[in-house]
Design a protein around this ligand. Structure first.
Ligand SMILES: Cc1cc2nc3c(=O)[nH]c(=O)nc-3n(C[C@H](O)[C@H](O)[C@H](O)COP(=O)(O)O)c2cc1C
Length: 343
């Protein structure tokens, strides 16, 4: 049991990332039922639909805790607050809220006032300090290995060491590079309280990702990913790690065009070339040209399973690796507490 697991009521100190177009109610519910922290992506969901989706998950988790995820830099602060105001009343008491990047003060206050732990993902030591000042109960430290949009440019290990040194008692999870129980145990041995994984769950049976996206993640190795700023329509000014495709390989920009159609709540939406949208199960068209966000951890993601089987495997591997770590001195011990303070 780590402080992350204790704080959020999890059996395993692992959070599944909220992922737009991937982490819908089915994935979130199955991850939570299996004892890890399932998380529902609200991304660009309109508030009324966000509330409905949270209700749907709450009815399916058998009382296990789950989270909802918002991305304020995509929605804007005002829309993010509207999403939270719609979703929070539907979130069971043991639920938590995860935010990609820093939340505005009023959003952070709304989460804390509703009594839910605020989990904030950051990529720099400076943002870690700001997130704690805004009341984050958990920091997710994203390394440059991560799939999706990048909040900093530092390897996860170095970010963890820097933030741990500045905030010895903060509850810290790492993101990026986590695909096995051994990865999770190594992170804990290096001073983390747990981890968050996204790419690991993209191919899951319950993931809402397009079948081609799932297939490519399973087949890919780390060198098949690339950091680019190409897929900027709808989410500008933020580099992202994606699977290489014909657009990332091209030396010249392809002409503007609609290349696919995606569906949200049954309604079709055209997808422009270079859109930030990832291909979901209902997307049709030139899916190969779309942004398939994927972390370097994909090397160790080699099969698609039901999410519960993945969580069970990670739990088994984690327990085995922890038993080994406890008897070995090859991995540095956790940062000792400052005398006179409790952890
Ligand atoms: C397909 C995909 C979509 C993502 N969408 C989101 C999102 O909507 N919200 C969010 O907080 N993070 C999102 N992320 C980033 C994750 O929170 C996290 O930083 C990343 O998955 C960690 O690296 P890993 O994928 O190697 O595990 C996404 C990641 C992926 C792979």
């Amino acid at each position: 049991m780590t402080r992350l697991a204790a704080l959020l009521g999890l059996e395993l100190p692992l959070l599944q990332a909220g992922m737009g177009a991937v982490a819908g109610p089915a994935l979130c519910a199955q991850v939570s039922r299996a004892g890890a922290g399932g998380t529902l992506a609200l991304y660009k969901e309109p508030p009324a639909r966000a509330a409905r989706l949270v209700r749907e998950v709450a009815a399916a988790t058998g009382g296990r805790p789950f989270g909802v995820n918002v991305v304020p830099e995509v929605t804007g602060a005002a829309r993010c607050l509207e999403q939270l105001r719609a979703a929070l009343p539907e979130l069971p008491r043991n639920g938590f809220v995860t935010v990609f990047g820093l939340p505005a003060d009023d959003a952070a206050r709304a989460v804390r006032a509703a009594g839910h732990p605020l989990v904030v993902q950051v990529g720099t030591p400076a943002d870690a300090g700001t997130a704690l000042a805004r009341g984050a109960a958990v920091l997710v430290l994203q390394g440059v290995e991560a799939g999706g949009h990048l909040l900093g440019g530092r390897p996860g290990d170095s970010l963890l060491a820097a933030v741990r040194a500045r905030h010895p008692h903060a509850v810290l999870a790492v993101a990026g590079g986590i695909a096995t129980g051994r990865d999770l145990a190594d992170a804990v041995a290096r001073g983390a309280d747990g981890a968050l994984a996204g790419t690991l769950f993209v191919p899951a049976a319950e993931s809402a990702a397009h079948p081609e996206f799932k297939r490519r993640v399973v087949e890919a190795v780390a060198e098949d990913t690339v950091v680019t700023s190409l897929f900027e329509i709808g989410w500008p000014r933020r580099p992202h790690r994606v699977l290489r495709n014909s657009l990332t390989a091209a030396t010249e920009r392809a002409p503007a065009a609609f290349i696919a159609t995606t569906r949200v709540d049954g309604r079709p939406y055209p997808v422009p070339r270079y859109s930030a949208a990832a291909p979901g199960a209902a997307t049709t068209g030139r899916v190969e040209e779309m942004a398939m966000y994927c972390g370097r951890s994909c090397t160790r993601v080699t099969a698609a399973h039901p999410a519960a089987a993945t969580v069970a495997r990670i739990r088994r591997e984690y327990e085995e690796a922890r038993a080994l770590h406890d008897g070995s001195h090859t991995i540095p011990p956790r940062v000792p507490p400052v005398p006179g303070e409790t952890t």
